[in-house]
Design a protein around this ligand. Structure first.
Ligand SMILES: NC(=O)c1ccc[n+]([C@@H]2O[C@H](COP(=O)([O-])OP(=O)(O)OC[C@H]3O[C@@H](n4cnc5c(N)ncnc54)[C@H](OP(=O)(O)O)[C@@H]3O)[C@@H](O)[C@H]2O)c1
Length: 339
């Protein structure tokens, strides 16, 4: 089931990606138990379907080790030369503290070892406290490590527009910022996207299918209680929906999306994903995969054949117009991590 050419994106001159990335927070343990064997089997299925790009982090439980295990088996079965068809984007989310060269270098060495790579395709850096300007020290060391060949490209996650600007002003080349972006959380459209376009920075988005809430499974359903939200992802995005306008409005959104989905022979998740893929500066949407537990490969593959027309976009607007403005309520991208 090869994906159409439209699934591909030239992320950087030397790196192509699949526009739907496989998210690995879902293997962290907070989304159900993951069996490593079954997880690696599932990784082959994603890869073979054309979903060749992975998003992970140092703190997503065994995610980096799973990439290592997958690469090892892949090389043994298919040849080392084909490893370049896998793209694995990790993150470094350090505890606040001094950001010396040895500290930064050691952290990167751990990821290199766990993922069994000589060079990280993409290192996405997170920082908890803008009051502590040592994020610039960390980024300068990371840029040096990139120049020395340990990292192919340097990126960020959850940085707001202002601090992304500070980093650009410091002449540190950043290729992407990973942010929450969905029909419910459209904050990146306020400032971030335009800034990124201006500075040749791509957006990678998460929360786009709202942990699975943006699907037929919740269409017409009564508001789920805390006990029904069995993954950390469902809990996270239910909170976002509550802030945005609540469950009744979300049901309206699901109904509007279902009508569009039916018109295109697609799913609600497809419509939500396509909508974000079509936004300015968006290179890719990350969709979480509970590897070996649940799979949506065939459904998510349909997003590449889908084109939303002006009528579809207009049909969603009346619902969105009733929602609260999250930019005012929460702040710019990533501010929810810094309160
Ligand atoms: N940078 C950050 O701070 C940050 C934060 C959060 C996430 N992320 C990244 O983004 C990734 C995605 O995480 P997320 O929190 O945004 O989760 P998500 O992608 O919104 O939700 C993933 C869940 O959606 C369901 N799903 C996927 N495709 C579907 C489809 N076609 N139809 C119906 N349901 C579908 C699945 O639920 P079931 O498994 O129950 O079927 C899946 O586990 C993470 O793995 C991580 O890589 C980054």
């Amino acid at each position: 089931m090869p994906l159409p050419a439209s699934s591909q994106f030239q992320f950087t001159p030397d790196l192509g990606i699949c526009r739907v990335l496989n998210g690995m927070w879902q293997v962290s343990g907070a989304h159900g138990r993951i069996d490593p064997e079954r997880a690696v089997e599932a990784m082959f299925r994603y890869h073979d379907a054309g979903f060749t790009t992975w998003d992970l982090a140092d703190h997503y439980g065994p995610a980096e080790d799973l990439i290592g295990g997958f690469r090892q088996r892949f090389a043994a079965e298919r040849g080392v030369e084909r490893l370049s068809g896998i793209q694995a984007f990790t993150k470094w989310v350090p505890y606040p503290g001094p950001m010396t060269r040895p500290i930064v270098e050691n952290a990167i060495a751990v990821s290199l070892r766990r993922m069994q790579v000589d060079r990280l395709d993409l290192l996405q850096f997170h920082w908890w406290d803008y009051g502590d300007r040592r994020y610039l020290d960390a980024l300068k060391h990371l840029a040096d490590l990139r120049n020395e060949g340990k990292i192919r490209h340097l990126a960020l996650t959850n940085f707001d527009t202002e601090h992304l600007g500070t980093i650009v002003d410091a002449s540190i080349r950043i290729v992407s910022n990973q942010v929450q972006y969905s029909l419910v959380d459209r904050r990146p459209a306020a400032k971030m996207a335009a800034f990124c376009e201006q500075h040749d920075i791509e957006l990678l988005t998460y929360g786009t299918v709202l942990g699975g809430l943006l699907s037929e499974r919740y269409l017409g359903r009564a508001e789920p209680g805390r006990g029904d939200l069995v993954t950390a992802s469902l809990q996270k995005y239910k909170n976002v929906i509550d802030a945005w306008g609540g469950w009744a409005l979300f049901r309206e959104l699901l109904a509007a999306l279902k009508a569009i989905a039916d018109k295109h022979g697609a799913s609600i998740a497809n419509i939500g994903t396509r909508y974000i893929l079509d936004q300015r500066a968006v290179a890719g949407v990350i969709i979480g995969a509970r590897l070996g537990v649940a799979e949506h490969i065939a459904d998510n593959a349909r997003v590449f054949d889908l084109a939303l027309d002006a009528e579809d976009v207009a049909a969603i607007q009346p619902v969105l117009a009733k929602s609260r403005y999250l930019m005012r309520l929460i702040g710019d991208c990533g501010d929810e991590y810094r309160r």
